[in-house]
Design a protein around this ligand. Structure first.
Ligand SMILES: [Zn+2]
Length: 342
């Protein structure tokens, strides 16, 4: 049964709406880049590095985020960033992902002198190369961080707006949630919204429902990164259901950051059956040690999603992609044709 579902899940066209570029590197690429740049890595084989990078020792979101300093140490030049973006899209394509929105904060890649537009151009170049060679469509979500100065967030929003028709599909606020409210970055969010850039915000992961409410009321969010703690507020859950706000649901990552005690404790199926749209995502392929196919299988095995429910969730990913309507319809047509043949 599981082997059968595994093959079908891999063949099912999937959309990945929540994956961090700087949390999804191939370990052998990290070693290769580190060797060429004189950067030290915490392990010297790909296997050892992979297991070091999977977060098993965090108790909260902040602990989980510490690993990014290692990946970012080899992401400070254009060649490395282009390669990492290319490989991210190629790895997704190999497991039946037909649409990927890769997100990152370009300011974190400027330590060796690159500008934010340089960083963005390099990543977009890698994604375009993957699109030319593989059956995958991509976009970039520019992230700011809750911990950054609000003025930096405004710069990043302006960057997203200027690349709106050149590969950037959205704007996000990521990073430590508790103690860093969305309202601090409201000006950036207003500008992104006015500039026609769709917004998703990490919320309800490191903090509770109030954070989700702010993301909707002040942040113009059309999707929520995680939203795991939504179940603590029935009225808000009803609002999210009514307004068709998608929860970008990252099962394994939520266990790693302690938002849920175990995969089986995750509310994803409860949300789906209540009519709250969810889309399964990896968050970070390297740090979480999962592919998107793995997360669909986790939903099936640990939570009890049926095959038809997995198909519904996969379809929601394309429905809520940050794309123009004609692209959405084209992707949905391809999805329906492929899903009905499985
Ligand atoms: Zn995330």
């Amino acid at each position: 049964m599981t082997a059968l579902v595994s093959d079908r899940v891999k063949a099912l066209p999937k959309a990945e709406l929540h994956v961090h570029l700087d949390g999804s590197l191939r370990p052998d690429t990290m070693l290769d880049l580190a060797a060429g740049r004189g950067v030290a890595m915490p392990a010297d084989t790909a296997t050892a590095l992979r297991s070091h990078m999977i977060v098993t020792d965090a108790t909260d979101l902040e602990g989980y985020l510490e690993r990014f300093s290692i990946t970012l140490s080899v992401m400070q030049d254009e060649e490395a960033i282009e390669r990492i973006a290319y490989e991210l899209a190629v790895d997704h394509a190999a497991e039946g992902v037909r649409y990927v929105e890769a997100r990152f904060c370009p300011l974190l890649n400027t330590e060796a002198g690159l500008s934010s537009p340089d960083v963005l151009e390099a990543a977009l170049g890698g994604l375009r190369r993957a699109e030319a060679e593989h059956d995958v469509r991509t976009g970039v979500i520019v992230c700011t961080l809750r911990t950054l100065d609000p003025a930096r967030s405004i710069e990043l929003a302006e960057l997203a707006i200027s690349y709106r028709r050149r590969g950037v599909c959205g704007f996000d606020i990521a990073g430590a949630e508790q103690g860093y409210p969305v309202r601090e970055h409201q000006e950036a969010l207003e500008r992104a919204a006015r500039g026609g850039v769709p917004i998703t915000i990490h919320a309800g992961e490191g903090f509770g429902p109030e954070s989700i409410r702010q993301a909707l009321d002040l942040g113009h969010a059309r999707r929520i990164g995680h939203g795991t703690r939504l179940r603590e507020d029935d009225a808000l859950l009803e609002r999210v259901r009514q307004e068709r706000i998608v929860l970008e649901t990252c099962l394994t990552s939520n266990v790693q950051t302690g938002v849920v005690a175990s995969l089986a404790d995750h509310p994803a199926l409860e949300y789906h059956r209540a009519g709250v749209p969810i889309s399964l995502a990896t968050d970070n392929r390297l740090l979480s040690g999962v592919s998107l196919t793995d997360e669909y299988l986790n939903a099936h095995e640990a939570l009890g999603f049926s095959w038809s429910e997995l198909v519904e969730v996969a379809r929601l990913g394309f429905e809520h992609a940050f794309v123009d309507e004609d692209v959405r319809l084209e992707m949905l047509r391809a999805f329906d044709a492929a899903a009905s043949a499985l």
